[in-house]
Write a protein that binds this ligand. Structure first.
Ligand code: SF4
Length: 698
């Protein structure tokens, strides 16, 4: 590995600040201010002029210079020089690397371009470095399409089928709510800026209720915590509806004017009395009744539902049930009432212009689901599947660490006849299996433009420093690959700055972005006070004709987990894998200060479950099921409810014990809606294990 120490960018100007945007997979999309001294980024702060950021960043991104100038940063193209997975590479020049990659892809494409698969997600959320020139390149090539499903596919589809899109309350108005349900969100660690609004509301007398299988840092700070079993949220939401109906805590006028399918939903909800939900969720029945009373009688009441809820078989139905609640009470009438899952549907991104699907011509390539990459890499050619995958180009993602059933993912990437190219900052688990690693710029080194999924402001990111080493932006790498493939359409000449301007076209004033770094979308404060949902009917659709037409239940329902708690003698514990506080998916795991803070790979287990297995606090345990085995340290803690263990993620496999991480255990089964992942639908057993040689002492 080449050290970054001697490769800092050349000095340019004296001290100045540059406005940017946080690129990470987080709802808050903060506005950054980077202080640059003599061409070196010395400090990254929140921009106080951006109200949503309020000058505050999370601890992870405050460490951005440490990450940018990390001694392990990849600074030149690298070609594999040892067996796949060995992590052995030699330095090569850009021209040699790009020419060889283009030749290899062209050779495969000549047989069948669908044998080539792009694999990317939200390693950067930027529209330019994440979904522009790359898509043009793969469309022109005729490569397989990718269903980018790994995070929010089930909940996103649920919102589309219920409210008409990923839309909802404006986050700032949570500060004015009198009751806030924080449903499946550890906001203190994963949406810090929402939490500031919730704290403001709390100071004004609001009641905060957390609904989560884990006793999170957020749950500890709320007035109440409903610690339900994973995958039972829809049952709870339906029981709340039941109580709203029987106590007549309903807004009949709102229901009549602005909803579709009320009579049918009413009938469904009446089959879920609190006693039934109490049994399904393993909650005290009084706690459910109390919550229903509070929700039915407090105005304004607001719900922040986050992604944990939808990572189970019935995740889509659960989000649909929760999204229906504000229409029953008419909470939407006030700006501090309603629900927020994601705000990304508000942004008028010109994806057609950015991605150029017309470059496909008459071709209609198959779609690979990124969640099932483990199985799909191992499939042979067949009529149903299409051609065996011969090449994968990975960027903005680390599938070896983040995709479910990672033992299979590793086997897939280890195949000698698979050609793998990885665009990266670091030699991740996935990069270890690459044939070529291409050094990518970080957010401090390139242009980009952003949407957000937790607020409604567009942000521009200007480069603060020159590229480290020989790093190039993703868009530039695909532009140069396109040139070597002979793609001569004018759109392949667009610069990164041009792409920034194309992302919103005339819909957002680019000069405003240049002037202040952000621009607010013109959205009414209470967007659904008079209905006007972006559904076909213009109403909140309790009954979805679209779901009915494809054979799905048209009404929200409780869909039990594939791996239901209590149904397996061999695997009696349910496992969820929420993010460790100092990591963001698999990003930041190799930043020394954050890794030190996090300590070591942990499984939180309730003291009763640990005692029954002879497991001591801090000891090494083996967590296992039929899919694999994961070695980590046990933390005896009431953060875990009895019967449920929390495997905090997502450690890089090679930084874990015995080269494993929690995704050894998770399943490739898909959700009811949206074909998303079911990370939290996972049964396991835990046993004490011998301490391996690479165990980390705290
Ligand atoms: S809170 Fe989220 S958006 Fe803000 S700096 Fe941290 S990761 Fe980025």
């Amino acid at each position: 590995m080449i050290s970054a120490a001697n490769r800092l960018p050349e000095p340019t100007l004296a001290r100045h600040t540059v406005r940017g945007a946080c690129p990470h997979d987080c709802p808050d999309t903060c506005a950054l201010l980077t202080t640059v001294e003599n061409g070196v980024a010395v400090r990254v702060q929140g921009n106080p002029a951006h109200a949503q950021t309020g000058g505050v960043l999370c601890a992870k991104v405050s460490k951005y210079p440490e990450r940018t100038y990390h001694p392990d940063r990849i600074l030149t193209p690298l070609r594999r020089s040892g067996p796949k997975g060995s992590g052995q590479f030699t330095q090569v020049g850009w021209d040699e690397a790009l020419t060889d990659i283009a030749a290899r892809l062209a050779e495969i494409a000549a047989r069948n371009p669908e044998a080539i698969v792009p694999y990317s997600y939200a390693g950067t959320m930027g529209l330019v470095q994440g979904e522009s020139m790359d898509r043009r390149f793969f469309h022109r090539l005729g490569a397989s399409l990718l269903h980018r499903s790994i995070c929010a596919a089930a909940g996103g589809e649920a919102m589309v089928q219920t409210l008409g899109g990923k839309v909802g309350m404006k986050v700032e108005f949570f500060a004015e709510a009198k009751l806030i349900l924080i449903w499946g969100s550890n906001s203190i660690t994963s949406t810090l800026h929402f939490w500031r609004y919730a704290q403001q509301a709390k100071r004004e007398g609001a009641r905060l209720v957390c609904i989560d299988p884990r006793k999170t840092e957020t749950a500890e700070k709320c007035h109440e915590h409903l610690q339900l079993l994973p995958g039972t949220d829809a049952a709870l939401a339906l029981a709340l509806m039941h109580e709203l109906i029987v106590h007549d805590w309903l807004d009949h006028d709102y229901l009549a004017q602005h909803t579709l399918g009320w009579e049918a939903l009413r009938e469904r909800a009446l089959t879920f009395p609190p006693e039934r939900a109490a049994e399904v969720c393993a909650l005290p029945v009084e706690q459910i009744r109390d919550l229903a009373r509070a929700y039915g009688t407090t105005k304004p009441s607001a719900i922040r539902v986050n992604y944990g809820v939808q990572r189970v078989r019935g995740g889509g139905n659960a989000v649909r049930a929760i999204a229906c609640l504000p229409a029953l009470t008419g909470a939407w009438r006030e700006r501090a009432g309603g629900v927020l899952f994601s705000s990304s549907g508000n942004f008028p991104v010109q994806r057609g212009v950015l991605q150029r699907p017309e470059l496909l011509g008459q071709r209609r390539p198959r779609t690979i689901n990124m969640v099932t990459i483990g199985d799909d890499l191992l499939r042979e050619t067949s009529e149903a599947f299409g051609p065996k995958i011969e090449a994968v180009v990975v960027y903005n993602s680390n599938p070896l660490a983040v995709a479910p059933e990672s033992g299979k993912v590793a086997r897939g990437f280890a195949q000698d006849d698979l050609f793998t190219v990885v665009l990266e900052h670091f030699q991740t688990d996935t990069a270890d299996y690459a044939d070529y690693i291409l050094p990518a710029t970080t957010q401090l080194e390139h242009w980009d433009v952003h949407l957000a999924y937790g607020h409604t402001d567009v942000l521009l990111n200007r480069p603060a420093i020159g590229p480290c080493g020989e790093a190039r932006s993703n868009a530039r790498i695909f532009r140069e690959l396109a040139a070597r493939m002979g793609f001569s359409e004018p759109c392949f000449a667009d610069s990164d700055e041009t792409l920034c301007r194309q992302a919103y076209g005339e819909k957002v004033d680019f000069n405003e972005l240049l002037d202040q770094g952000f621009a607010a979308l013109p959205i009414p404060d209470a967007p659904f006070a008079q209905g006007n949902f972006p559904t076909a009917s213009g109403k909140c659709e309790f009954f979805s004709a679209a779901l009915s037409a494809c054979g799905q239940d048209a009404l929200p329902n409780h869909v039990p987990n594939y791996e239901t708690f209590g149904q397996s003698a061999a695997y009696p514990l349910a496992m969820i894998s929420p993010p460790a506080r100092n990591f963001l998916n698999s990003t930041f795991v190799n930043v020394a200060s954050l890794q030190k803070q996090e300590g070591r790979p942990l499984l939180e287990i309730h003291p009763h479950d640990a005692a029954a297995r002879g497991i001591a606090d801090g000891s090494v345990v083996r967590v296992f099921n039929d899919r694999g085995s994961y070695l980590c340290h046990a933390e005896l803690s009431e953060r875990a409810r009895p019967g449920v263990v929390n495997g905090l993620g997502i450690w890089w496999r090679k930084l874990g014990l015995e080269g494993t991480n929690v995704n050894q255990l998770t399943s490739q089964a898909l959700t009811d809606l949206g074909q998303g992942p079911t990370f939290y639908d996972c049964l396991v057993e835990v046993q004490a294990a011998a301490t391996p040689s690479n165990a980390i002492n705290k």
